[in-house]
Every structure is written in C-alpha cells, then in structure tokens.
Ligand binder design. Structure first.
Ligand code: NAD
Length: 290
C-alpha cells in the first residue's frame, strides 16, 4: 500500500492525516511543533523527527503549511533525498507563481507534483468532505486520486501546474466579495425596517441567493447555524481570508486583470485585520465594511 509522508499537522493537516489513518494508510508525520505530532501517535501515526525520515519512507508526500515561503523551504530541504517518481502534493494555499516555480523544481528532479489547495475548512477536513482544486499532470492526479477520495468529497484536475491555486484564488475572491455584498443587503434591509428572517427567506430563494446567504448567513439567529450565532468564532478566520485575497491580488496584478471589487474586498479585510479582529470568522467583515 502507498506510504504517505505528511508535513504540517496543524488545524487542517491533523484532521486530513486522521482520515488517511482511518483508511489504513501508513502515514509518517512531521511538524516543527512536536505536540502536533504527539497528538496523533496514539491514532497510528509514525513520527518523523526530521525531514530525511519522510524521504526514506514515503511514496507520496503531502504538505499542509502556512504559506508559500515555508512550503518552498521544506521542498528545498528534502527534494534531493527523494527517489525519482515520488509524488509531492501541496495542499497549502500559496501564490500561483510560487506553485509554478515549485513544480519546475520538482520536474527538474524527476519528482511528480500537484498543487491541490482545498475548500471546506477545518470541518471539511474532519468530516472528509474537502474539495481539492488540483493543478498538474494527469499521471500525478491519477496517482493521488484514491487519497483525495479518502480526505474529501470532490477533486478536480483544473489544468496544468498552478491551476489549483489559481482556482482557489478565484473562489475565495468571489466568496469575500459576496459575503460583503450579503452584509450590505442586510444593512439596507435593517435601515428600511425589514424583518431579517423574512428578508433571508426571500434572498435565499431568489436571484440574490448564494452560499454566503444560504449556508453561512452572517446575521445572528437568521438562516442555518453559522459563526454569527457563535460570536463569530471561526470557521475560517479573517486572517486567512486576507492571506487568500493577497494571493488573489498578486494574481490580479501579474495578469493585469480588472477586478475592482476583489481589490476593494481585500482592503476591507486588511482594515478588519489591522483593527485586531483577524481571529474572528471572515463573515464578521459584514460589521467592518465601509
Ligand atoms: P495551521 O497553522 O493550523 O497549521 C500549519 C502547521 O504547519 C502548524 O502545525 C505548524 O507548526 C506547521 N509548520 C510550520 N512551519 C513548518 C515547517 N517548516 N515544517 C513543518 N511544519 C511546519 O494552519 P492550517 O489552518 O492547518 O492551514 C494550513 C494551510 O491550509 C494554509 O495554507 C491555509 O491557508 C490552508 N487552508 C486553511 C483552511 C482553514 O480553515 N484553516 C481552509 C482552507 C485552506
């Protein structure tokens, strides 16, 4: 059976690893925070105390790390130790151009690689309902597909190198913008004296409906349970949304795309984070929007 190395056992990585262990995969894990590794030992995780041990053991290496610079540092540290044909799958959210550079590094060493960022958050990681947006070759995707199926409910090969990160940047830019729009619609409704529950009933079944209303309504007591009903505890934090919008902004600038709403959304999230509210769920932006 395929042997897996998992690097980055934080909020997302630990839960993805648990699902691989439950499916009886052999997994060796590494994290600079030893506690993250220790928490999984009783569940069957093998412990790597350095990256070389991952290289010796794994056929497929999955990374779930905070940002592109850290992913690059990890790749640079271990890439020379892997046998040709090993598959590197980066599930972190990183810049599109950085993902392309990492693919090139892998290709030069005959290492297979995929960029495969996820949507679905910590809940999706726990329940194995993540969506994987994948960039790379058909060959690498087919090799990884059984593992995507264990950790998620959907995966799609979106295109060549970097296409997974590109798809994620588009999705999260749209999500941020629709969430801000939903907040504006409810503010206007409130100022016009509408009952928010009745407004929800119409918006969620009319042409204005979208995921930000139907599944994640940012108004307390309205719609299905969401972080708004729990003092905006994340969920998906505003800090992470700002990170994703900064990735989208870099992509907007490098492709000369006209995206004023996406840029404006990023400015709003920057304001929220600068006001020390970045640890709140991103849907609390509806309170900071200007
Ligand atoms: P996290 O901070 O909880 O976990 C990251 C882990 O990486 C930590 O345990 C940290 O100790 C470890 N780490 C840092 N540097 C390392 C290194 N050099 N070597 C080994 N381990 C190292 O973050 P998270 O919430 O799990 O997010 C991980 C990635 O997933 C990010 O890129 C994030 O943008 C993306 N993501 C997160 C969510 C979410 O809801 N949390 C949703 C979708 C995507």
């Amino acid at each position: 059976m395929t042997k897996i190395g998992f690097i980055g056992l934080g909020n997302m990585g630990a839960k993805m690893t648990l699902n691989l262990l439950k499916a009886n995969y052999e997994v060796i894990g590494y994290d600079i925070n030893k506690e993250s590794v220790n928490n999984l030992l009783a569940k069957g995780l093998k412990q790597a105390t350095n990256l070389s041990q991952i290289a010796k053991f794994a056929d497929i290496v999955i990374t779930m790390l905070p940002n592109g610079d850290i992913v690059e540092e990890v790749y640079d540290n271990i890439i020379d130790e892997f046998a040709p044909g090993t598959l590197f799958v980066d599930c972190s959210t990183i810049e599109v151009n950085k993902a392309k550079q990492l693919h090139m590094k892998c290709e030069n060493k005959n290492i297979l690689s995929l960029d495969a960022p996820v949507s679905g958050g910590v809940g999706g990681a726990e329940q194995a309902t993540l969506t994987f947006m994948v960039g790379g070759t058909e060959k690498a995707y087919k090799m990884m597909l059984p593992l995507f199926e264990v950790m998620g409910k959907k995966s799609l090969l979106c295109g060549s190198f970097g296409s997974g990160q590109a798809t994620k940047a588009c999705n999260n830019m749209l999500l941020a913008t629709t969430m801000i729009g939903v907040g504006e619609a409810f503010s206007l409704g409130q100022n016009l004296g509408l009952d928010p529950k009745k407004l929800f009933e119409i918006l969620s079944t009319s042409t204005g409906s979208c995921w930000a209303i139907n599944s994640y309504c940012p108004i307390k007591g309205v719609g299905p349970a969401s972080p708004a009903d729990d003092d905006f505890r994340p969920g998906f934090s505003a800090d992470l949304m700002l990170k994703d919008l900064t990735i989208a902004l870099k992509a907007i600038e490098s492709t000369n795309t006209s995206a004023p709403y996406g840029k404006n959304s990023r400015e709003n999230f920057e304001r929220m984070v600068n006001a020390n509210q970045g640890s709140l769920d991103f849907s609390a932006i509806t309170k900071f929007n200007k």
